[in-house]
Ligand binder design. Structure first.
Ligand SMILES: [Zn+2]
Length: 146
């Protein structure tokens, strides 16, 4: 795992983009089953490129230039998000990975429990997928894009 190609997929139901290895499955944001209805916007060949493309695809057009500037300037993408909870959530997602950079609903739930959070592990994962932090590798596992 780690290399290969990734697709940036747009959900026709909610217009949210997410990254995925292989063919579209279901939308992490609204749960819509995608199959061949998922629109593959772009195929990239590194986790880093996927992270950037998903972030860009989910950024409103008027903010995209600012985001590109930040990426070029090598500033962490997390600084774009002014909401503290998202930043903490991102840290928890990172804390939930195993040695291979893979995480599951259970591992995220464990981290949430340790931090006395009542957030839902599935929602945290969906959020991280929409932000381009995670890509789903199969039905129960996600890979952290770092
Ligand atoms: Zn959707």
């Amino acid at each position: 795992m780690g290399n290969g190609s990734f697709n940036v997929i747009r959900c026709p139901a909610c217009s949210t983009c997410h990254g995925r290895k292989g063919a579209p499955g279901s939308c992490p944001h609204c749960g819509q089953h995608l199959g061949e209805h998922g629109e593959v916007l772009k195929t990239v060949h590194s986790a880093e490129a996927l992270r950037i493309e998903v972030s860009l695809a989910n950024t409103p057009a008027e903010l995209r230039d600012a985001l590109r500037q930040r990426i070029k300037g090598n500033q962490p993408l997390s600084q774009l998000n002014e909401e503290t909870p998202s930043r903490i959530m991102g840290k928890w997602v990172v804390d939930s990975k195993n040695a291979e950079g893979v995480l599951t609903v259970q591992s995220v739930q464990r981290t949430l429990d340790q931090n006395h959070s009542n957030l839902d592990a599935v929602e945290v994962i969906e959020q991280a997928e929409v932000q381009g932090m995670l890509v789903r590798v199969d039905e129960v596992r996600w890979m952290l894009l770092e």
